[in-house]
Write a protein that binds this ligand. Structure first.
Ligand code: ZN
Length: 200
């Protein structure tokens, strides 16, 4: 360390210090890793130690694994077994079980992305089960969307909810309007959704 020089000013008057680096991963929270920093006492430049990449990548791998375990636990709690998800998604048997239980196996980046998407929108499994038929996919999506709108109804207890269906020559629109009296202003929010384009 003593013969290291500052890449900014060339001074060898450096001290080794530390910095806490926070890493975030979806569905895994965050982790703090301590990284080494070389600080130049002449110019103040702080330079990362090359070994930090390994420290950060190792912790990232731990968090990604934790993310996958959490995602699979969440899906299992919702009633989706690993075997059923493997079948629907066309994954080799026991792929998810290994990602969940085998500490020596690291899920692929594509696998992590896939399961995070499925965890966010579990109804995509229904779409996959119907072999991604576009008509069926639209029907599933609209059904889920309407159910979500009903959930909003129950979450907005003090809001006045109005809904209606409006048609024109080209559109069939289901609309919901949320409003509530507020002092001094009236807050309003409106969501609408095109259910089907009608043939003219
Ligand atoms: Zn320097």
């Amino acid at each position: 360390m003593k013969d290291t020089t500052c890449t900014c000013c060339g001074s060898s008057n450096l001290i080794e210090t530390y910095d806490d680096f926070i890493i975030h991963e979806p569905f895994a929270g965050h982790s703090t890793v301590r990284v080494h920093v070389l600080e130049c006492l002449e110019c103040g430049f702080a330079e990362d130690d090359e070994a930090n990449d390994l420290i950060i990548n190792n912790e990232l791998a731990v968090l990604k694994r934790k993310s996958m375990v959490n995602v699979l636990n969440d899906m299992n709690k919702e009633g989706y077994t690993n075997a059923s998800m493997e079948r629907i998604l066309g994954l080799p048997a026991r792929t998810l079980a290994r990602w969940k239980n085998d500490m020596s196996v690291s899920p692929s980046a594509a696998g992590i992305a896939l399961m995070r998407i499925v965890r966010t929108f579990p109804w995509l499994l229904n779409v996959a089960e119907y072999k991604f038929d576009q008509e069926k996919a639209r029907s599933i999506f609209l059904s889920v969307a309407l159910n979500e709108l009903h959930k909003i109804d129950s979450e907005t207890k003090h809001w006045q909810v109005e809904s209606g269906i409006y048609t024109s020559e080209e559109l069939f629109v289901v609309a919901k309007a949320y409003s509530r009296e507020a002092i001094p202003a009236v807050e309003k929010n409106c969501e609408y959704q095109v259910v089907e384009n009608l043939e003219v």
